[in-house]
Ligand binder design. Structure first.
Ligand SMILES: NC(=O)c1ccc[n+]([C@@H]2O[C@H](COP(=O)([O-])OP(=O)(O)OC[C@H]3O[C@@H](n4cnc5c(N)ncnc54)[C@H](OP(=O)(O)O)[C@@H]3O)[C@@H](O)[C@H]2O)c1
Length: 281
């Protein structure tokens, strides 16, 4: 092993590759297969598991709860609250429900899933209160563009935001222009969702991706993920309910793509030269 990509979230050193779960626990694969895939990922070092109360209306959290019951120590557990539940009357009840489904008494990281007219001061105060109670270790946001991040850091306690989770992949590089560097400067870790391009992604079929993957003797998915985490600045959370795919994906942790090959890969997907609106899924 030559290289094992890591980065920091709120003072924790973590592998730069974790696992998503948007469509887990909803019958795409059997429950047993999906739990096996999550276990294999944890064993291969994919410690971060990302979920949300939204995914399958709690079914994703329920499946993950079963999978990690005896592996809580191995897992860096992330969940998210709906914006309309991120209020004084609701946030703690939503968090408690997530904790029950996840069979744990605290989350490593709790994210505001997106912004929908939220009072950011209220959200931050609530998140900090949950930290004080020991129900979460850190909090962050998701789908925040640069102006939203700037407003967040204006409110009291806003600087404790640990993460912004956003859309990012080879064909969706908008955040490289300003959002990701700004977050890095403010010690806020960027998590990349849809790192393979999302379900049914055409990126896995691109000739340039397939050719370069063959050269490195990995699958197209592993190549795309190694590209996302190439600078140890972004944590990718690919989702898979299939053990073979999880094994493929984990190879990205050890894969270093040369500068020359990166340039070749991004020939048709250049870095942004001006600010772009944040893509949202
Ligand atoms: N914060 C947000 O608003 C937000 C939005 C979207 C997503 N997310 C999070 O980010 C995670 C990842 O995003 P995503 O699930 O939309 O997209 P993704 O991870 O880019 O792609 C997932 C798809 O790729 C397939 N796949 C995974 N590994 C593969 C491999 N090695 N070879 C071939 N196919 C493979 C999966 O199918 P198989 O299961 O069959 O492998 C699945 O259909 C989500 O699950 C969720 O946790 C967050």
């Amino acid at each position: 092993m030559t290289h094992h990509a890591t980065l920091q979230i709120a003072g924790h050193t973590l592998p730069s590759l974790g696992m998503g779960s948007w469509r887990l626990g909803q019958g795409r694969y059997s429950e047993q297969q999906e739990i096996f895939a999550l276990h294999r990922g944890l064993d291969l070092g994919l410690r971060v598991i990302d979920t949300a109360e939204m995914y399958g209306d709690g079914k994703s959290e329920t499946l993950i709860g079963k999978a990690i019951e005896d592996r809580r120590d191995q897992t860096y557990l992330v969940s998210k609250v709906y914006p309309w539940n991120a209020t004084g009357g609701q946030l703690e009840a939503s968090l408690d429900a997530s904790l029950r489904r996840l069979r744990t008494d605290n989350l490593d990281l709790y994210l505001l899933h997106w912004q929908s007219g939220n009072d950011l001061q209220e959200v931050v105060t609530l998140m900090e209160a949950m930290k004080q109670k020991g129900k979460i270790n850190a909090w962050g946001v998701s789908n925040f563009d640069l102006p939203a991040m700037q407003s967040l850091l204006q409110v009291d306690g806003g600087k404790h935001c640990a993460v912004n989770q956003v859309f990012y992949n080879l064909a969706g590089r908008g955040i490289e222009y300003d959002l990701a560097p700004w977050c890095a400067e403010h010690d806020i870790t960027t998590m990349a969702y849809c790192p393979l391009g999302g379900a049914g992604s055409h990126l896995l079929e691109l000739e340039e991706v397939k050719t370069l993957a063959a050269h490195y003797q990995v699958t197209p998915a592993a190549l795309l993920l190694a590209w996302v985490i190439r600078q140890n600045k972004i944590l990718a959370i690919p989702e898979s309910g299939c053990v073979q795919h999880v094994e493929d994906n984990a190879r990205a942790l050890q894969l270093e793509i040369s500068e020359q090959d990166c340039a070749q890969l991004t020939r048709y997907y250049p870095a942004p030269e001006s600010a772009e609106p944040l893509e949202i899924r």
